[in-house]
Design a protein around this ligand. Structure first.
Ligand SMILES: Cc1cc2nc3c(=O)[nH]c(=O)nc-3n(C[C@H](O)[C@H](O)[C@H](O)COP(=O)(O)OP(=O)(O)OC[C@H]3O[C@@H](n4cnc5c(N)ncnc54)[C@H](O)[C@@H]3O)c2cc1C
Length: 406
């Protein structure tokens, strides 16, 4: 009988524990007072645990080719069948999976119950600080006592969300076993600017397309609802470009995000559309004219930045004033100075280099019987259930493989 120790009782660690055949002695060590706490806050408390569209373009890793060997059709089906077997009925909206209850606790509780049914011993409130390997055996050093193990599954997550000052222990353990850590940066996070106008737009929500510009070159666009704040920009479309922006800023590159506030207008020339509309409206001010399709706080800011008085009339503006206004509506450029901090991020990019892991088993290619899963690996996904999807797929593979004899 093998003694298997899982470090971390989050989404990936609980899934690994669920898949280990019951004829093993399994111990799960979790530093918080209960397992799966982060699952409870996912998807605004509703847990978007999967996405129907598993195209690899929604994932980011320096080794996407390895990711493709983990995220296979077979593994996707195994994870979905697993949730089926736990009794979870999915509520699927635009391909995004939530539990039908729309309560994240449904997912957390179902995983925890399965782990308990699988005779896994759970120890909460214990922090692993170091792991050593002597011959075939691992010695796990914790803040309570030392524990021996034949196999270890590292599932300690990333630096995102919690303000703990010991969140990097997992990375340090991986490093101590010779693994490379791709620089860990916040992702799915808000973007900051030091431009003064932000105080005037704080609180505005709008549909938009956001585009990352690096020295004028368009690198990535995302469409969705943007939230304009007193420090910069937020919203799911911003989160989905934030990983790229974090990497550019880390390389000391200049980053501008261009916002198109009329993403619904697909015809081509927005100025001519305004001219045609102006013929239809009666005697209304330029403020009222633009408020017909733009948030009023935002309209006032755009007029202020364009040096146009709220009370004048569109027909009285000269061409360059009109072009300035249109440019702010379609290409409002914000110079990004930073991302928000790790504790505001939903996930981290970077982590243990993926090509140092066997994608069929999640076993380390550096150390036999050491497995690494979940967000501590160099894989991060867009919003939409991709990060939990990866935590479940990688956890499942490690759980299935860890006790095999070879
Ligand atoms: C606010 C928020 C919303 C999110 N929403 C979604 C969503 O809707 N859909 C989605 O797909 N993803 C979402 N995510 C991301 C998702 O939650 C994570 O990617 C996922 O939980 C990662 O799983 P993990 O097991 O790798 O890490 P974690 O879930 O972070 O688990 C790691 C565990 O290890 C424990 N641990 C760490 N170090 C030690 C140690 N030294 N000793 C013992 N234990 C340790 C931690 O306490 C933790 O319980 C969200 C994240 C946040 C913060």
């Amino acid at each position: 009988m093998k003694k298997i120790v899982i470090i971390g009782g989050g989404a990936s660690g609980l899934t690994a524990a669920s898949f280990i055949p019951p004829n093993n002695k399994v111990l799960l060590l979790e530093k918080r007072n209960s397992c799966g706490k982060k699952i409870l806050v996912t998807g605004n408390g509703r847990c978007n645990y999967w996405n129907e569209n598993q195209d690899l373009k929604y994932y980011h890793s320096e080794n996407n080719e390895v990711l493709g060997l983990i995220n296979t059709i077979e593994n996707r089906n195994l994870v979905l069948n697993f949730f089926d077997s736990l009794g979870i009925v999915p509520y699927v909206k635009n391909g995004y999976y939530y539990p039908y209850s729309r309560e994240a606790s449904t997912i957390r509780n179902a995983l925890l119950e399965q782990v308990i049914r699988n005779n896994v011993e759970i120890v909460n409130d214990i922090t692993v600080t170091k792991i050593m390997k002597n011959g075939e055996k691992f010695t796990i050093i914790t803040d309570k006592s030392n524990i021996e193990a034949d196999c270890v599954i590292l599932a300690t997550g990333s630096l995102a969300y919690y303000k703990d000052n010991d969140s990097n222990i997992g990375y340090n353990i991986a490093k101590s076993f010779g693994h490379t850590i791709v620089k860990v940066l916040p992702s799915l996070v808000q973007l900051k600017t030091d431009q003064k106008f932000v105080k005037d737009w704080a609180g505005v929500r709008s549909d938009a397309v956001v585009t990352v510009l690096n020295n004028g070159k368009k690198l990535k666009s995302e469409e969705g609802e943007i939230l304009l704040t007193d420090y910069g920009i937020s919203g799911i479309c911003v989160f989905n470009i934030s990983g790229l922006v974090a990497k550019l800023l880390d390389n000391k590159e200049e980053v501008t995000v261009s916002i198109n506030f009329v993403s619904w207008y697909k015809e081509g020339n927005f100025l001519s559309w305004l001219e045609i509309r102006d013929k239809k409206v009666t005697n209304i001010t330029v403020l009222e004219f633009l408020e017909g399709f733009l948030n009023s706080k935002l309209t006032k800011l755009i007029l202020k930045l364009s040096n146009v008085s709220n009370n004048c009339y569109w027909k009285d503006l000269n061409v360059s004033q009109k072009e300035r206004i249109v440019s702010y509506i379609e290409n409002f450029n914000v110079k990004i100075t930073a991302t928000n901090s790790f504790d505001k991020a939903q996930v981290c990019s970077g982590g243990v280099k993926l090509n140092e892991i066997d994608p069929l088993t999640m076993e380390s290619r550096k150390v036999k019987d050491l497995y690494i899963v979940g967000e501590m690996l160099d894989v991060d996904g867009d919003c939409g259930g991709y990060n939990l999807s990866f935590a479940f797929m990688s956890g499942m593979l490690a759980g299935k493989s860890v006790s095999r004899n070879d």
